[in-house]
Write a protein that binds this ligand. Structure first.
Ligand code: HEC
Length: 190
């Protein structure tokens, strides 16, 4: 084989090899998932609580529960007032779930990791869902029972876990804690 012929032959081999490699890499690329494929759940960004349990208690739990207790004592007369009770009950039930997630307060992670705390948070959600159902069905008696179950459950959890002074020193100002607070104005149907 002359030297030129040998070069040409090698060049041919090289070209064939490159073509093969390209083919192989293109078939490998075809086997890979598309770039925009949905990520598995494990790759989801971690849950990042944005507030403390002390704030959740005062600005969510207490606000929502107060509306349920008010309506338990004086049943709503309008549809929109019943709907507000249902809204508050669903909000309270959801806060039970948030208490399972944890918060940014100094003791929140410890509380959230305690099985009994989780059980009592779940129970709050269950009674709140009972209150939501009672409101949907305009059932004042069932609403009162759900409200009574809720109070007992708040007190059980507080006896077990709540420090004498809240971790951030935030306390409630709602009517059930302060008799001088302004009464709630009931929603009127149009
Ligand atoms: C799963 C346990 C748990 C349940 C259920 C619970 N709490 Fe709490 N609550 C706590 C803890 C713990 C604190 C203290 C938070 C802190 O200091 O960081 C607290 C604090 C509070 C505070 C702020 C302190 C104060 O005395 O003003 C209010 C208000 C409150 N809870 C209301 C309620 C109401 C109303 C319910 C029931 C509808 C309820 N909580 C149910 C655990 C619970």
């Amino acid at each position: 084989m002359g030297i030129n012929l040998h070069r040409a032959w090698r060049a041919g081999l090289l070209a064939a090899g490159l073509a093969l490699a390209a083919l192989a890499s293109s078939s490998a690329a075809a086997a890979e998932p598309p770039v925009a494929a949905p990520q598995p759940a494990a790759a989801a960004t971690p849950i990042k609580p944005v507030t403390t349990f002390n704030v959740l208690m005062v600005q969510f739990v207490d606000q929502a529960a107060d509306a349920i207790w008010d309506a338990g004592a004086t049943p709503p007369k309008s549809n929109c007032a019943w709907e507000q009770v249902e809204n508050h009950a669903i909000q309270l039930a959801t806060t039970g779930t948030l208490l399972r997630v944890g918060g940014t307060g100094p003791l929140d992670a410890k509380w959230a990791a305690t099985p009994r705390f989780g059980l009592l948070a779940d129970r709050m959600s269950d009674y709140a869902m009972d209150a939501a159902k009672a409101a949907r069905e305009r059932n004042a008696k069932a609403l009162k029972i759900a409200g009574d179950n809720l109070v007992a459950n708040c007190e059980t959890c507080h006896r077990n876990f709540k420090p004498d002074i809240p971790t951030q020193n935030i306390t409630t100002h709602l009517s059930h804690a302060n008799p001088k607070a302004a009464p709630r104005i009931e929603c009127q149907d149009k």
